[in-house]
Design a protein around this ligand. Structure first.
Ligand SMILES: NC(=O)c1ccc[n+]([C@@H]2O[C@H](COP(=O)([O-])OP(=O)(O)OC[C@H]3O[C@@H](n4cnc5c(N)ncnc54)[C@H](O)[C@@H]3O)[C@@H](O)[C@H]2O)c1
Length: 320
């Protein structure tokens, strides 16, 4: 987001589900001046979200990391809690569903939303893996449907996967892409549906290999994580694995000459994706439990989010 003055807009967006993802998106929209209506089936979740958002905004302000130019109060005032779904949806041009990842739950929520949707409104889902053709097949205006899969936490990790269904109108993708860019996200587009999308497919490939390495006793869980946080991940925060390889030789053709044989040999010893269960599960869980007791998860999430926010600032400063 550039530091041009942020204007408070009249455009209304609605978020259905005010959990981890819903509240983070509410902050993103509000930082760009959108009128956000935040609905949840549990009103206590909405109350909790509003107070959590205020304390996050105050914290960001203290650290000089607030987005855009609106004050904490202005951003917070852009978000209204809602307990009436119809009122929350009516007049919204963009509706983002953020309820738990269960197909039957999401489709039943769409049934409740549909009667109140403006005919041209975009209905988006923050689904992590459920493909849009499955989610939207029974929606009347299914041509207005798209999946907007964020990286958690969306406020601090901007990549967002956009996955249109085969029947999604082209302008839905364009408008969603523009909206995501406007609120400071970095949209990437899937040209066709695939189970788990791209982010989770890559993430699971990494987790699978980490798991097998721990299972085979090659390395401790803590050290495997350091390979990412102090090694590969340091580069990946700035460039992906494809560009990394490009730079590690003199371009991909030279990388192929030097390393393709080694890649073939090493990858032929990869075990299939492991079952996430048994003694390895306990071993990995215990390793982290020692470092982060379950009642200290929130503290550790804050620690993570602060570093992610500072990394975003560093990237922005270096790129400007
Ligand atoms: N948490 C993540 O790491 C992550 C990352 C990317 C995408 N997602 C996806 O985002 C979606 C939401 O995940 P989350 O982590 O925010 O879940 P969450 O459990 O934190 O929040 C879900 C919210 O939905 C509400 N809800 C449940 N049923 C509802 C209904 N019928 N109507 C309205 N609200 C309802 C719940 O009360 C809760 O507040 C899921 O599809 C998830 O897969 C999650």
């Amino acid at each position: 987001m550039n530091m041009a003055e942020t204007k408070i807009k009249e455009d209304k967006v609605c978020i259905v589900g005010s959990g981890l993802i819903g509240r983070s998106f509410a902050m993103l929209f509000a930082a760009s001046g959108y009128q956000v209506h935040l609905y949840d089936i549990q009103s206590s979740q909405v109350t909790d979200a509003l107070s959590n958002i205020r304390s996050q905004l105050l914290d960001l302000e203290r650290k000089g990391l607030l987005r855009g130019t609106l004050t904490v109060d202005q951003q917070h005032n852009c978000i209204q809690g809602a307990t009436d779904l119809g009122k929350a949806i009516k007049g919204a041009w963009f509706v983002l569903e953020c309820v738990p990842e269960r197909l039957e739950l999401k489709t039943s929520v769409y049934k409740n939303i549909e009667p109140f949707l403006e005919p041209t409104a975009i209905l988006a889902s923050s689904a992590s893996a459920l493909v849009p053709s499955l989610l939207s097949k029974d929606i009347k205006n299914r041509n207005r449907f798209i999946v907007v899969h964020p990286t958690n936490p969306p406020f601090y990790a901007p990549a967002v996967e956009l996955i249109p269904a085969p029947w999604t109108d082209a302008d839905v993708l364009t408008s969603t892409k523009n909206l995501c860019t406007e609120i400071g996200q970095v949209p990437v587009v899937l040209n066709k549906e695939i189970d788990g999308f791209v982010l989770n497919r890559i993430q699971y490939a990494i987790i699978g290999e980490c798991w097998n390495i721990v299972k085979d006793g090659v390395m401790s869980p803590e050290d495997v994580d350091k390979v990412m946080s102090e090694g590969l991940g340091r580069r990946y925060a700035f460039m992906g694995p494809l560009e990394t390889a490009y730079l590690n030789a003199d371009g991909w053709l030279s990388y192929q000459e030097r390393y393709a044989g080694m890649m073939d040999r090493v990858s032929s010893s990869f075990a299939p994706f492991p079952k996430i269960e048994g003694p390895t599960l306990q071993k990995i869980h215990d390793a982290f439990l020692e470092k982060i007791p379950i009642d200290q998860l929130d503290e550790r999430r804050k620690w993570r989010d602060e570093r992610l926010a500072r990394l975003s600032k560093l990237k922005k400063d270096m790129d400007s």
